[in-house]
Design a protein around this ligand. Structure first.
Ligand code: SF4
Ligand code: SF4
Length: 105
């Protein structure tokens, strides 16, 4: 068994802002707005991008004992999932703007 790095959220300090979800390129963070978030270790390759984005500094990097053999396939899958999620967010955003405009115009 080899060791690899993953991100870890100290949930007691998480304010549920969801910034980390938006910046994670691997869609490895689970949570909803205003609720504490968690990292799915299986899908986090430890890129560290989320660490400096957290406003409460509650994300740290730690070592876990895990085989790296399936990691590459998961990362490919997650890029697709992230693209779909962003497309849905954009769609909902545009839909909300359209609804707001209908109320005004
Ligand atoms: S370290 Fe990288 S892959 Fe892991 S949760 Fe943070 S942003 Fe996502
Ligand atoms: S960025 Fe930090 S405070 Fe915000 S949801 Fe993520 S872990 Fe919690």
């Amino acid at each position: 068994m080899s060791t690899r790095q993953v991100a870890y959220i100290k949930e007691e300090n998480c304010i549920g802002c969801a910034i980390c979800i938006d910046v994670c390129p691997f869609d490895a963070i689970i949570g909803a707005q205003n609720f504490s978030h968690r990292i799915n270790f299986e899908e986090c390759p430890g890129c560290k991008i989320c660490v400096n984005k957290c406003p409460t500094d509650c994300i740290e990097i730690k070592n876990i004992n895990q085989d790296k053999s399936n990691l590459k396939d998961k990362i490919k899958y997650n890029f697709k999932r992230r693209e779909l999620r962003i497309a849905n967010i954009k769609k909902n955003y545009l839909h909300n703007i359209e609804n707001q405009l209908k109320k005004i115009i």
